[in-house]
Design a protein around this ligand. Structure first.
Ligand code: AKG
Length: 264
């Protein structure tokens, strides 16, 4: 089944996204869909333990057993079926006003004791040009400030790429960015099945999981508009809404050092 071509976001929602750089959509997915997703991601995680990717660190933290799982859609046909048979691509088409390409997917298993994810901008790592990327973040659990919900700095998507504090300590993204003057962060609490869309230039991260026993898992997919010329990641394995592979040029000039050396 191909995703519906119909419009999924009304003009008010699009206006909010364009002005604020993010948009929360409640109950996009049903409990059954969320549970199916969780089961599938659990299988991928079990495989990553078996093949040694997920390992307990010397410090024996629980979080070390749950590293972010990159490009999990490449590991699972069911996950790909989910991505291509639900309104995900239609929503992204509304956001970009043109066709979208899937540039990656990551499962964040945020277990009790997991650190905060420092504020960052996704387009540093994705390096889409021209334009930027947009995240489609699915809440798989109840997410609160206590167990690690998203933190967003609204309107920063209009600031371009901000100078990171180098080196980006502890961040899985290798960058952390200080909130620019005049902006402030908000916490976005979500329920299972809710979706948060945010621009690749929107400053965001997530709180530490300080709960005793509440996991906070998410699946995030990163999309780019189909008319990008080049990209830093997955340039030979972008996927269109029919699941076909598309290629773009490698964005060779995209590296934090080079970007900020050029900007002075
Ligand atoms: O789910 C999270 O904790 C953070 C997600 C995120 O920062 C991202 O996808 O770039």
């Amino acid at each position: 089944m191909l995703p519906s071509k119909g419009k999924k976001l009304d003009s008010e929602k699009l206006k909010f996204f364009n002005e604020e750089g993010y948009l929360k959509l409640n109950s996009v997915f049903t409990t059954t869909e969320v549970n199916r997703l969780k089961n599938e991601l659990e299988i991928i995680w079990i495989n990553s333990v078996k093949n040694g990717f997920a390992q307990v660190s010397n410090k024996k933290t629980l979080a070390s057993l749950f590293p972010p799982m990159r490009n999990c859609h490449e590991e699972s046909q069911s996950l790909r079926n989910f991505i291509f048979n639900t309104p995900i691509f239609s929503i992204m088409r509304d956001i970009f006003s043109k066709e979208a390409l899937l540039a990656g997917s990551t499962c964040f298993y945020k277990v009790p004791g997991a650190d905060e994810l420092p504020l960052h901008q996704d387009n540093y790592d994705i390096g889409a040009f021209p334009g930027t990327t947009c995240a489609f973040w699915i809440s798989l659990d109840e997410a609160t400030t206590q167990n690690g919900c998203l933190k967003i700095v609204p309107r920063t998507h209009k600031q371009g790429l901000l100078r990171p504090n180098i080196p980006g300590h502890k961040s899985v993204y290798g960058q952390t960015v200080t909130i620019p003057k005049g902006f402030s962060s908000i916490a976005l609490e979500t329920s299972p099945g809710d979706v948060v869309l945010f621009s690749g230039d929107t400053l965001h991260g997530s709180f530490a999981n300080q709960s005793k026993n509440k996991t906070r898992n998410s699946l995030v997919m990163h999309f780019v508009p189909s008319d990008i010329e080049k990209i830093f990641v997955q340039h030979r394995s972008l996927l269109n809404s029919k699941g076909e592979v598309e290629q773009r040029k490698l964005n060779k000039s995209h590296s934090i050092k080079r970007l900020f050396r050029e900007k002075g």
